[in-house]
Design a binder for this molecule. Structure first.
Ligand SMILES: Cc1cc2nc3c(=O)[nH]c(=O)nc-3n(C[C@H](O)[C@H](O)[C@H](O)COP(=O)(O)O)c2cc1C
Length: 349
């Protein structure tokens, strides 16, 4: 049974809760704060950057096609690639509509040595849903449950499911699905309380996280619009969720885990050192054109930290090569630009 959450009203109490022991599928986590899966953002380079700050419980990869996975070559793949040392704390997310294919992909994930496998039942992007994957599976819960069962029977590593409220705001249906995923063998859930057509436009309804956690005895990681420790406190306190999953804030502030779960305090040069490190890691892992593309994808989240975020972003991404990006970083971040405590959400797509 999940532990009862006692009064968590301060960042210190939140830290203590996040650092309290939690095992998933019999495997202990470093803590209860995880980086959410993000296609195009949560690649090997960003994960390495987050890893250098530490303070997280698990990192999730962006979604990988289950169909492609059994034949994917990590030496050349841009999504299915990792550093051996990150495997013990990294979960690989897969998507697809067919139980047997998802099971085969999960076996590959397990063979490679990831901490666990995560099933994507939440992505509402048209290209994914059109093929019956991601959030489309929430329209056919029986099939979604079959996928969980097939994966459960195929692997012994922890099985996670990430899902949303569904296609209508029906918290009871979401809670029923959660219970069905647990019965089918899921070890943990990540729940994002938005309906699929919302994407990220309207605020998530955190209350539904509580209804989902109530319906199961496995841990639920609450997800959606966690920006500062007060948000974390409110989510844990009001929903009783057993862990927190942060997406975009981990891109904006890769040190956020270390800040919330340890005593890390970022200094004024953090933006300069972090941007330079990211540029270096992207260049290490990818060829220049793709590295530039990745940097430009991350840049809006990073620049959302600054008071004059839009103009800094425009200057930062005016570049064709990583060399130019690096020169821009030096010019724009040294001395450090003025920051705002909450990010400019217009840049959080
Ligand atoms: C660019 C981007 C890519 C995403 N890709 C995935 C994905 O591959 N799989 C998934 O389950 N969720 C994906 N998400 C959703 C996030 O995991 C998360 O649910 C969402 O961003 C809300 O959390 P946040 O407010 O902490 O960012 C993505 C989000 C963003 C912004």
């Amino acid at each position: 049974m999940p532990e009862k959450v006692t009064a968590i009203t301060t960042p210190e109490a939140l830290k203590a809760f996040l650092n309290s022991p939690l095992s998933i599928g019999g495997r202990p986590l470093k803590n209860r704060m995880v980086m959410a899966p993000m296609a195009g953002l949560g690649h090997i380079a960003l994960r390495q950057l987050v890893d250098e700050f530490g303070g997280f419980g698990l990192l999730f990869t962006g979604m990988c096609s289950a169909k492609a996975l059994p034949h994917e070559n990590p030496e050349v793949s841009r999504v299915f690639s990792w550093r051996p040392e990150e495997l013990p704390h990294t979960v690989c997310q897969i998507f697809g509509p067919e139980p047997a294919i998802m099971a085969l992909a999960a076996q590959r994930v397990e063979q490679e040595g990831f901490f666990g496998v995560d099933l994507n039942f939440g992505c509402s992007v048209a290209a994914i849903c059109k093929k019956g994957s991601g959030a489309a599976l929430l329209k056919t819960p029986d099939l979604a449950v079959k996928i969980v069962e097939a994966v459960r029977n195929a692997v012994s590593c922890p099985v996670f499911v990430k899902f949303r409220t569904g296609w209508h705001n029906d918290p009871e249906a979401a809670a029923r699905m959660a219970a069905a995923f647990e019965s089918a063998g899921a070890d943990a859930l990540t729940f994002h309380p938005r309906v699929a057509p919302d994407r990220r436009s309207r605020p998530p309804r955190w209350k539904v996280i509580g209804q989902v956690q109530e319906a199961v005895s496995i841990p639920v990681f609450g997800n959606g619009n966690l920006f500062d420790t007060q948000d974390g406190i409110t989510m844990v306190q009001t929903t009783g969720c057993q862990g927190l999953s942060l997406g975009r804030m981990a891109v904006a502030r890769p040190w956020i885990f270390a800040q919330w779960t340890r005593d890390f305090t970022p200094g004024p040069t953090i933006y300069l050192t972090c941007a330079l490190k990211l540029a270096e890691l992207l260049s290490r892992h990818y060829e220049d054109v793709f590295a530039v593309k990745c940097f430009k994808k991350i840049a809006p989240y990073f620049c959302a930290n600054f008071k004059f975020s839009q103009s800094i972003l425009k200057e930062l991404v005016r570049a064709q090569t990583m060399k130019e990006i690096t020169a821009n970083i030096h010019r724009l971040m040294d001395p450090p630009p003025e920051t705002s405590s909450r990010p400019n959400l217009n840049l959080f797509v």
